[in-house]
Design a protein around this ligand. Structure first.
Ligand code: NAD
Ligand code: DAU
Length: 354
């Protein structure tokens, strides 16, 4: 038994692979193109692990995906690979259309061809897990009920529109061809090894450098936060027990304004790393808003709790404290990312071993 993971060198994918190997011991093939967001240092502990294989390649490369499916005969594909940052999608949507839409289409077609030739038992057990986002549902008003699996898709950014398009393809490949798919829609993740373009790792990195902490607009946009470990656990459970063709919302029951998140980080830093120049919150700076900025996301995760028995184990407060401790203890990881040295990790690692 083997699973194929795409985008496993990124933030959530690398956590998923590490947790998966720990929890299941089932082999993993990781297909990742190593864009700016891919960091093999995230998986350095797997060097020499016989249960893990890394393949550098693009999910849009149909021949490569076909070859991997035939060679490794996975029982599932867990699809993380994506362009994932909203601000980048606003500046340059093209990569989002290519990877998130064309890439997912390519994977679906390769999966369909492979799956249709499997023996009956393997065919019915096969799963294609689409790792998606709550952003496909659009934006909520302050008093609106949280997004449920029945909410309409109303994406507002090039990123969320490309993920929504991919989710629709996944749905259609199930409805039309019978491909056994699962789709998860998760809220904002945080935790160790997140690329410092996203709010939480950016604020931590800037605070450590005594740089301004940028808050878009009035800082009152609301996100629901989930520790990445809880997301990975949910994905394992969905893969194991989810019903093919179903969607599962995943969330942390932790709605907060961006300003509250940043103040929370500042207060923790005041406690853990007090600075002579005064409280970290002095660095908070309001900057120009994001174009088309979604006001509020909130997730109704009752279905996955009721049907599959998943609940988050971390509160925002417990998860954030652990996350901050990790960043404070791994300043080298942060500086490798900031200098770009992480992209040389494979070369440095093989030189060091030679
Ligand atoms: P990330 O940007 O950290 O990592 C993406 C990974 O995909 C990188 O390793 C990159 O090299 C790889 N990749 C990009 N284009 C590729 C291509 N064409 N072929 C192969 N590999 C490619 O992303 P993340 O934050 O870990 O998110 C992973 C998935 O989870 C995404 O699909 C995202 O939409 C979804 N998601 C993320 C969050 C979040 O808060 N980060 C929340 C919900 C859902
Ligand atoms: O909701 C799930 C989504 O969460 C994922 O699908 C995306 O891949 C992931 O990037 C994330 O999207 P957001 O746009 O919500 O995350 P980001 O960290 O970029 O921003 C969080 C909020 O903080 C958002 O309201 C914008 C704001 N922000 C962000 C940055 C980078 C700031 O105020 N200042 C900043 O410097």
């Amino acid at each position: 038994m083997t699973i194929l993971v795409t985008g496993g060198a990124g933030f959530i994918g690398s956590h998923f692979i590490l947790d998966w190997l720990l929890e299941t011991g089932e082999p993993v093939i990781n297909l990742d193109a190593l864009t700016y967001a891919g960091n093999l240092e995230n998986l350095a502990v797997l060097q020499g692990n016989a249960l893990y294989d890394f393949v550098c390649g693009d999910i849009q490369d149909r021949r490569l995906v076909d070859r991997l499916l035939v060679e490794h005969a996975p029982r599932a594909i867990v699809h993380f690979a994506a362009e994932s940052h909203v601000d980048r999608s606003i500046n340059r949507p093209q990569d989002f259309i290519q990877t998130n839409i064309v890439g997912t289409y390519t994977l679906l077609e390769a999966a369909r061809s492979y799956w249709s030739k499997l023996q009956y038992g393997a065919r019915s057990r096969f799963r294609f897990l689409q790792v998606s986002t709550d952003e496909v549902y659009g934006s909520l008003g302050a008093a609106d009920p949280a997004f449920s699996e029945a909410s309409l898709y109303q994406p507002n950014s090039p990123y969320s529109a490309s993920k929504a398009a991919a989710d629709h393809l996944v749905r259609a490949w199930h409805h039309t061809y019978g491909l056994p798919v699962l789709t998860t829609n998760c809220s904002n993740n945080y935790g160790p090894r997140q690329f410092p373009e996203k709010l939480i790792p950016l604020i931590i990195a800037n605070a450590m450098d005594r740089k301004p902490l940028p808050i878009y607009g009035d800082g009152m946009n609301v996100r629901d936060w989930l520790h990445v470990g809880d997301h990975c656990m949910a994905l394992r459970i969905v893969l194991e027990r989810g019903i093919a063709g179903q969607m599962y919302n995943i969330g942390g029951n932790s709605e907060m304004t961006n300003l509250a998140v940043v103040h929370n980080i500042c207060e923790l830093l005041d406690e853990m790393r007090p600075h002579a120049d005064g409280p970290y919150s002095n660095l908070i700076t309001f900057v120009q808003d994001r174009a088309g900025h979604d006001r509020r996301y909130a997730i109704d995760a009752r279905k996955i709790g009721r049907d599959l028995g998943w609940q988050p184990t971390e509160t925002f407060s417990s998860g954030m404290r652990k996350t901050l401790l990790w960043y404070l203890d791994h300043q080298e990881w942060v500086s490798d990312v900031k200098t770009g040295a992480y992209q040389q990790w494979t070369i440095r690692n093989s030189e060091a071993r030679a």
